[in-house]
Every structure is written in C-alpha cells, then in structure tokens.
Design a protein around this ligand. Sequence first.
Ligand SMILES: Nc1ncnc2c1ncn2[C@@H]1O[C@H](COP(=O)(O)OP(=O)(O)OP(=O)(O)O)[C@@H](O)[C@H]1O
Ligand SMILES: [Mg+2]
Length: 324
Amino acid sequence: MAHSPAASAAHPAPIVTLTVNPALDVSTSTEAVQPEHKMRCGPSRVDAGGGGVNVSRVIERLGGHSTAIYAVGGATGQAYRQLLEAEGIIGRAIAIEGSTRENITIDETSTGQQFRFVLQGPTVSEAEWQQCVSATEAAMHLGGYVVPSGSLAPGVPDDFYARIARRARELGVRCVVDASGAALAEVVAEGVYLVKPSGRELGELLGAPTLTIDEKIEAARELVGRGRVEVVALTLGGDGAVLVTADSVTRLASPPITVRSTVGAGDSFLAALVLRLAQGHDLAAAFRAGVAAGVATATTEATELCHRDVVEQFERDLAAAATA
Ligand SMILES: Nc1ncnc2c1ncn2[C@@H]1O[C@H](COP(=O)(O)OP(=O)(O)OP(=O)(O)O)[C@@H](O)[C@H]1O
Ligand SMILES: [Mg+2]
C-alpha cells in the first residue's frame, strides 16, 4: 500500500460508506402478533436504515464524520434522504428508478419477542449500480477507509463489493466489508482488509451452518491464513466477538447487559471499529470500541442506535479489563 498520512483524532482518515439497498426502517409495537385479526399498534418511528448508512449514522453519533453513498428512489427514497440530511449525514444520493424499500420491526409487548420483516428492495440497473461504484471511487482517499455494507439489491452482481475492494486496493484505501452469502464469498476471494461476518454468516460462507464457536474461530484463522483477508472480526451476538489477524486471536465477551433490541448491533460494531482505526487507534482498541458500540446498541429499544456516552463507558471498562 502507498504511504498514507498518519491519522489521529484531530485529523482522522476519511471514511466512505456504501449502501446499495437501503431501507426505511419502520418500527412499532403490538400486544400479540396473530393471524387474521387487526393488530392495533402503538406509536411508530421511522429511521433511515441499511448497512452502510447505519455505519455513517453511528460514526456521526460517536463524534466522527463519513461520506455516505446510497441508492434511493421514489417517494420513500425522498423521505429517506430527508431523514438522513436531518441527522447531518453528508453524502451522495444516487437516484434510481425503483422505490426505496421499507422494513418493518414489530415488538410484541406480551412476550417481549421481536418480529423483523425485511423486504427485498427495488431492482437496481447496471447503469445505476455503476454510478454507485463511480461515486464511491470518487469519494475514496489515499489512507482512508471504504465500508460497503448490507445486502445487495436485486440486479446488483454478486461481485459488486469485490469490485469496490479491488479499486480500494489500487487507490491505497482499506476496504472493510459487512456482507453475507455470495457477496461475502466474492469479496473474500478478491482480497480485502477486513470482513465482519456474524457467526451465522461465517458458517454459511463455509457451507457449515452448525459450527461450534471454536470451529468458527479456527475457520476465521484459516481465512486469514489464505492471505487474501488481513483481519476477520467475527461477531457472535451475546457471546461477544473475536478478532483474528495473521498473528493474533483476541476474544472479547460482551459485558453483561439487559438486551432490548439488537437491530443495528452489527452496524454499530463496524462503525465504532472503523472510526477508531481512522482516528489512529490500534486494532485492539478499535476492536474494543466495536464490541462497546454493538453492546450499547443492544441496550436500546427497537431500531434506536447506540449513544456516545454509553459506548465510551463500555470502551473504558473493556480497556481497563484488558490491562487488569
Ligand atoms: N444479545 C446481545 N448481547 C450483548 N451484545 C450483543 C448482543 N447482540 C449483539 N451484541 C453486540 O453486537 C455485536 C454484533 O452483533 P451480532 O454478532 O449479532 O452481529 P450482526 O451483524 O448484528 O448479526 P447478523 O448480521 O447475523 O444479524 C456483538 O459482537 C456484540 O458486541
Ligand atoms: Mg450483520
């Protein structure tokens, strides 16, 4: 990689996120989810969601900045854009013909269970996804980070993130990917700085959905050992996370918390990890920040994301535990 300027909290490396299949996240609650009856719902809230955009939103909440590239269309797309702008997210909206999807999260108050309906999303044409690639490339800077994250919309090729990863490498930018299925397989084959699979996603990648945690860690080590992926940040929900590099395996347990909703936990993990790296922290500290933000988001209701003071407290606790 070419020489890159030293990053610090005062002069962080630039971060660009990419979301090709964003969604308006509608969340509400009802007493019991049941067929046929009308289910009267409580108050609802609407958030601009989707992998990369959520990463940008959490970075902003933690006091950092990023550029969000996202594809939107239709009336829902307009609402989406306005919500993001109201949150102070700087970015570039790529206009698409189809209408931005809505995802629905229902909290069932009688049981505490959560139901998440994830819609497929509009088809994105080749010209449209190519524009996303060009806009992302234009926003990448030497020594910076690019974070393509979330599902691929219908019409987008499986190697979409792999294309971004290739350009990032050529431009001296670190590519950090949160993807699943074929998109993850392609990016891992292409080569990338960091991938953040959940335990389930890593199992699927290997065609072995029922691995134990130790087997998943071993699989992550093998992935790094193949030499195409520098870092695997394997997240394990309530079981915490594992960071694997060529010469280290670090496992962190989640601090004990009352879980309210894990929506956005993985995005929060990734956002804090990338922000701390961009601010010049080492991988160990960035990894602690990731766990801190994932846990902090799990303590908030529905689609609500983490709060800065809570994240920073968990970061201090985890740092103290690391040196104890
Ligand atoms: N139940 C939980 N209790 C405590 N922390 C959690 C919980 N769920 C998630 N987290 C935190 O958030 C991080 C990311 O969560 P997780 O591993 O579920 O990833 P994810 O990307 O949200 O999962 P997926 O994409 O499979 O839905 C975890 O490493 C952990 O720090
Ligand atoms: Mg995830």
